[in-house]
Design a protein around this ligand. Sequence first.
Ligand SMILES: [Zn+2]
Ligand SMILES: [Zn+2]
Length: 211
Amino acid sequence: MTTADTTAPSPTPSSGKSEAATQSKTATTLTTPKALEISKRPKDEIPIEIDGAEHHAALAEAEGGSHYKYDSELTPEKCRKHDVRNMGGRFVCSPCKYKKSNSWGSGVICTELYLSRDNCTYRTVINAQQCKTCNKYGKLELDVSKYVDRVLDTFALWRGLREARKPDDPHASKGPHDRERCHGCKKGICNKNDVDLSQFRYRNQKSFGRR
Ligand SMILES: [Zn+2]
Ligand SMILES: [Zn+2]
């Protein structure tokens, strides 16, 4: 009988403790299905608020546009001015593609415009509209050349490079506007008459968005 053969080296207490701690940490990570669900959730393919970054290249190529840089993070606090303008274009609803009315044109596509204090950086947010048939938001097909004109024209006004127009100018849309299905209207910022409301906003906050 040899005692030396049966004596195995015993693990140090400290190493055993740390192994148990690691195991329990792993178990905690694996039992959080909520976090996994969120990361696996499919991205909403149709944006309700469209960042104007994708149209910056067209704006920068236009006359007077190369001056501006785009910043998706630009906040109203950093702006000399921000307001709403209407753009033109179409929305297409793909779930309704086999139905007759799966696309619609609009001259009142509510678009937020932001211009930084130094007049060099800007941002736009285009608000989508919902389909009349299924109430899902449509995919925007923007009239890009009109958008570029309108954004640059508005910034020229804000920078004092042109005179303000009267509210009855030809830009104002005279057609009906479906307020129930316009995201800009839901946010209370849609400006169907497309006038420069900055001067009214500070005088009477309530009147802004109700015109
Ligand atoms: Zn639809
Ligand atoms: Zn609206």
